[in-house]
Design a protein around this ligand. Structure first.
Ligand code: C5P
Length: 214
């Protein structure tokens, strides 16, 4: 275990940030929080109770009630959950309700890896190691499409590319905590990389950040 190492991994949908975060967690013996699951949980919970995901007060009320420990529901991994997540994520009340759990995780004594959209900018701007993972939209769409089809979803590649573009525009264009590269985050474009290559590159970025701060 590396004491106190906190790694912020941000980036758009299907950029490879989840895989990179998981590999970094393994490499450094750190717990990993996929913060997208929190927003997915709120989106799915809103839909289950019939709350309007676009209504700020209704969505924030749902966010205040969800069980932040129950994130392994397969329903959170669907195409619909991704879309619902990005709709509820625009509301400041929803983001505020999910903030403390994420900041608490980032401040764990032994260190942590968090992946999301605003980890390096809002949740842990003080993190010593920050990565902004990206890839071309067409590459991301193909990855997500394969994953969704593997889960049994009937969806075309063109539909997934449209989802990705819509989500990029919504996540990057919202007023509160938009998807953005922190000035001190290192860009990692995984368009031409396997997971193994991306994980190796990520590890080198983290090592360089640690050496810089030492
Ligand atoms: O990463 P994932 O695709 O699971 O995220 C789902 C949605 O949750 C994103 O499109 C984004 O709108 C929202 N999100 C966010 N902030 C985070 C993580 C996810 O707004 N830190």
């Amino acid at each position: 275990m590396t004491p106190g190492l906190v790694i912020a991994v941000d980036g758009p949908a299907a950029s490879g940030k989840g895989a990179v975060a998981a590999r970094l967690g393994q490499a450094y013996g750190l717990p990993v929080l996929d913060t997208g699951l929190l927003y997915r949980a709120v989106g799915v919970a809103a839909s289950r109770v019939g709350a309007d995901p676009d209504d700020p007060a209704a969505a924030a009320a749902v966010a205040g009630r969800i069980d932040l420990m129950a994130l392994d529901d397969p329903a959170f991994r669907t195409r619909e959950a991704g879309e619902l997540a990005s709709r509820v994520a625009v509301h400041p009340g929803v983001r505020a309700a999910l903030n403390a759990a994420q900041v608490g995780f980032a401040r764990r004594a032994g260190g942590a890896v968090l992946d999301g959209r605003d980890i390096g900018t809002v949740i842990a701007p003080w993190a010593p190691a920050k990565l902004f993972v990206t890839a071309r939209p067409e590459v991301r769409a193909e990855r997500r499409w394969r994953q969704l089809v593997g889960q049994g979803e009937g969806v075309t590649l063109a539909e997934v590319l449209e989802d990705i573009r819509r989500r990029d525009a919504r996540d990057g264009g919202r007023a509160d905590a938009p998807l953005a590269r922190a000035p001190d985050a290192v860009l990692l474009d995984t368009s031409e990389m396997t997971i193994d290559l991306a994980a190796d590159a990520a590890r080198r970025i983290v090592e360089a950040a640690r050496a810089n701060r030492a």
